[in-house]
Design a protein around this ligand. Structure first.
Ligand code: SF4
Ligand code: SF4
Length: 344
């Protein structure tokens, strides 16, 4: 099989087996060419996104177990192979599109300079195309937004609190944001100024990240501190798929690219929305300036558009008059069932 065809086959396989899939574009094919050797691409086609144990995959591929294990660990170090260590017999599978997946993992490690420069240049347009061709064509908003956990109202349930989710986890890691890093590399001088190390992982995802040099180990307290710093930097806590939590900016994140560039709602709002204390609001406009959705207008007082607000809470922590607080959103937007089963 010609090399070009192998990468197209890998892309087609991901798009058959993954709920979101990858953009079928030259940039994405270039990302795959940089991530997989031709031999790894061939192996990936045999393993697929379902994968299996080493015994099963050895039988399927005809490769001796020791030799196969080395190959799969090399791929895991490159961010193309997921190894789930739970149970006595680890399972292996090719990574899908995201959380974590091939649209991100090449830039998580931040240790492969200068190899990553070429990958970053291919990855940034692929991320934009991913937003355009996949996220915005799903037909439903894909990513749940988490309200900032330190300003939740008293009636917030534990399952609505990302800090409570993290409390139940036993291991944590953080990585540089691949969307932001690839934007920086591919478009120098025209990128955001937000903090870079913002991708938070927990449980088995965190173990995989640390074991394969894609992230560094942190504590639960560090994880909470990261959420505070991200909120202070105007970033939005989003998703929680496979223990994988993003802190998104409007400039680099495909969720916001989908909203701003392609006019599509890609995010499921949190169950909360800011309420304004009219007597306290001094109409300074700080909340409108920081709101990542541009959901606030300020005339005599601030007014939040409930159809646009995603309930992130960035405005609340940036109000100098403490005139804003979360209240429960009157009508909650539900995640589609097949997405919800991967979340939390
Ligand atoms: S930041 Fe606070 S005080 Fe300023 S306009 Fe917004 S709600 Fe009013
Ligand atoms: S108004 Fe804007 S900043 Fe405030 S919670 Fe809604 S989306 Fe977030």
């Amino acid at each position: 099989m010609a090399e070009k065809d192998i990468y197209q086959e890998v892309l087609d396989m991901v798009n058959r087996e993954d709920i979101v899939g990858l953009p079928d574009t030259p940039s994405m094919l270039k990302v795959l060419q940089l991530q997989f050797t031709p031999e790894e691409a061939e192996l990936s086609l045999k393993i697929g996104l379902t994968g299996g144990t080493l015994d099963e995959l050895s039988e399927k591929t005809g490769i001796a177990k020791d030799e196969l294990k080395k190959k799969l660990w090399t791929m895991a170090d490159k961010g193309t192979m997921w190894i789930d260590p739970r149970g006595d017999n680890p399972t292996y599978r090719v990574l899908g599109a995201a959380a974590p997946g091939l649209i991100e993992t090449g830039m998580f490690g931040n240790i492969r300079f200068p190899y990553d420069v070429e990958l970053g240049k291919a990855l940034h347009p692929a991320v934009v195309e991913w937003a355009r061709d996949r996220l915005c064509t799903l037909g439903f908003p894909f990513a749940p937004i988490w309200a900032h956990p330190f300003i939740l109202p008293d009636d917030a349930k534990p399952e609505e609190n990302i800090a409570e989710f993290l409390r139940g986890q036993d291991y944590f890691s953080v990585s540089s944001c691949p969307c932001r890093l690839s934007h920086w590399i591919s478009d120098p001088g025209n990128h955001c100024e937000h903090m870079l190390e913002t991708c938070l992982h927990s449980g088995e995802a965190a173990r995989w990240f640390v074991q394969h040099n894609q992230g560094r180990e942190i504590t639960y307290e560090d994880a909470l501190e990261l959420l505070k710093k991200a909120n202070a930097d105007g970033l939005v806590h989003s998703i929680n798929i496979n223990g994988f939590i993003c802190n998104c900016c409007t400039d680099c994140c495909p969720l916001f690219v989908g909203f701003y560039e392609f006019n599509t709602k890609t995010m499921v709002p949190s169950p909360f929305i800011p309420k304004i204390e009219e007597d306290e609001c001094v109409a300074c406009g700080d909340c409108a300036d920081i709101c990542p959705m541009k959901a606030i207008t300020v005339d005599q007082i601030a007014v939040v558009d409930p159809d646009t607000c995603i309930g992130c809470g960035v405005c609340i922590t940036h109000c100098p008059s403490e005139a804003m607080a979360f209240m429960r959103r009157p009508e909650q937007v539900e995640l589609p069932e097949d997405v919800a089963k991967h979340v939390g």
